[in-house]
Design a protein around this ligand. Structure first.
Ligand code: AMP
Length: 121
């Protein structure tokens, strides 16, 4: 699979400081910020600073250091956010996944019961 990264996507602009964001956590390889249109009381987006399009791209091509940093950042966000009662981590990819922003991100959602994972049908 070939992954073509579009550096004009909105998260690339956030990483370059061209668009503001509400940062929750920043580490060497990872940035986490509030979703602009939250779908739950907790709705944080976690993104790598590297140019990866989707989860499968990141999982295949990111360095061990990037993957470790990203994963530990998710743990810190879950610890610091109000998600002790539970949360959902979602990563949409490409057309069938209805991915809007083509820079890999994980949504961390929580703070209320979230219902079933997918609607049937
Ligand atoms: P996805 O459909 O998985 O690609 O999700 C993209 C998410 O990015 C949506 O939940 C949007 O609300 C969110 N989003 C789009 N623009 C911004 C922005 N400038 N700052 C924060 N979140 C954004």
């Amino acid at each position: 699979m070939r992954f073509d990264y579009d550096d004009q996507n909105i998260f690339a602009k956030i990483l370059r400081g061209e668009i503001p964001n509400k940062t929750v956590l920043e580490t060497e390889h990872t940035l986490a910020f509030e979703d602009i249109a939250p779908q739950a009381p907790v709705h944080v987006l976690v993104i790598p600073k590297g140019a990866y399009v989707s989860y499968d791209h990141f999982a295949r091509d990111a360095s061990d250091a990037e993957i470790l940093d990203f994963t530990r950042a998710v743990a810190r966000i879950c610890e610091e956010a109000d998600v002790e009662a539970g949360f959902r981590a979602i990563s949409n990819a490409r057309a069938h996944g209805v991915q809007e922003v083509p820079h890999f991100h994980v949504h961390i959602l929580g703070g209320r019961p979230l219902g079933r994972m997918l609607e049937r049908g």
